[in-house]
Design a protein around this ligand. Sequence first.
Ligand SMILES: Cc1ncc(COP(=O)(O)O)c(C=O)c1O
Length: 378
Amino acid sequence: MTNFPFEAQRALFPILQKKAQLSSCSQSALSTPVTEALARYMTSWSEQGMDWGGWGVVLDQAKAEFARLIHADAADIAVMSCVSDFASSIGNCLSFDAQRDGIVLGEIDFPSVGHVWLAQQARGAVVQFAQPDAGGEIALEGYARLINDRTRLVSVSQVSYSNGFKQDIGAIVKLARAQGALLFVDAYQSAGVMQIDVQRDDIDMLVCGAQKYLLGCPGIAFMYVRPSVAEQLKPSNTGWFGRINPFAFDIRTLDYAQGARRFDTGTPPYINGAAACAGMALLNTLDMAQVEAYIEQLSAVALREAKRHNLPIASPLDPSRKGSNTAIRVKDSAAIERHMASAGFIVSARGPLIRVAPHFYNTEQDVAGAMAALARLV
Ligand SMILES: Cc1ncc(COP(=O)(O)O)c(C=O)c1O
């Protein structure tokens, strides 16, 4: 195989012996460490009856693995079951008044996050969308035009779920900071395949769920909150795990734990935490700079092959301007997804698009094969 740096790790994903799984923008492949972590959970449940202590330790390890991936401290990470819940939790903490009522987000961000911000209109928020250009990219000026001294929150998807466009987060932070707005980064399509450093980039909040590039399963998500920001926020969406001492069992006292833990709510999704922990631990054995460079190499192959087969590309045409996902416009994406699966290529349909989204374990041959199969089907 040409230029394939992850031969040894590829062997940890049994499905790849039979199929080309290229659906990491939706669900990544199952690895043996994740299978083993889930089996350990089931064994402890089956043989010990319950192990809240042990399951809690694994969940804390999952927080620590996520923190390591994004260069944060484990104490700055909260856990919930999905990214939308985190967005709601943050939205409900903010006040929207005549001085500060603006929320700015990208038109190609994930709709669910947009819905959460739109729901804040009932609390006085004014929501504005930065528009992509004809090439599917949102220029910084698109945000700059909308961010002003009334903006409370800027919400940005680091990589678009739809066309894979990659935004310059460091530059957006500067725009938000200059106007005194908070920055909420949705890293669901970037964490696990891109270097992320929340401290270097001075990010306020960053969210990501487990089942895409983090190699876990659905039902768990993580949020980084900058400590100085967390201290100012009092989530109304709360529960006993957000208390200073969850085991105080004092029904009359609503105290908020220090830092990000105040965003924890009720009993966490421990089993999903076990899977997420193992997936991220595997990622943390890799050199993320090498993964990022390799994903860009696969993007170049995807774009080259799509062009060669005259497939209509919806993604940015410069591999350095996109994440893993290369989106192709098709007529019936659900049917194409099914036909591709029958041909051994697991890709992901979204609206009018088929998304080919490799992870580090995919080869150039996987990507080129998928584009050739797509060309035969469309
Ligand atoms: C970028 C992005 N954000 C958010 C979501 C949805 O997150 P959740 O279902 O965890 O709320 C998705 C799901 O595809 C996504 O791709």
